[in-house]
Design a protein around this ligand. Structure first.
Ligand SMILES: [Zn+2]
Length: 79
């Protein structure tokens, strides 16, 4: 019986790894200086929040992520 409790405690401690909280902190700091832009479902451009092209779909992302995802700057709103 004592061994069962011990193995349960060891099992629980495996879930308490610091990996999850570390990735949260990293995301928070890396997002701090990002510019928020918006992409659409069908387009290949990224836009500012007020652009008229966002009337159909509006997917929030960062400028860095949009560029690395192959999106180009909109020529109308010039984000
Ligand atoms: Zn635009």
């Amino acid at each position: 019986m004592k061994n069962l409790i011990l193995s349960l405690l060891i099992g629980l401690s495996l879930f308490a790894t610091p990996a999850f909280s570390t990735s949260c902190v990293n995301t928070y700091f890396s997002d701090k200086k990002e510019v928020t832009v918006y992409t659409t479902k069908t387009g290949n451009k990224y836009h500012t929040g007020t652009c008229r092209y966002l009337s159909r779909s509006k997917i929030e992302t960062t400028k860095k992520a949009a560029i690395s995802g192959g999106y180009g700057a909109c020529s109308i709103c010039k984000p």
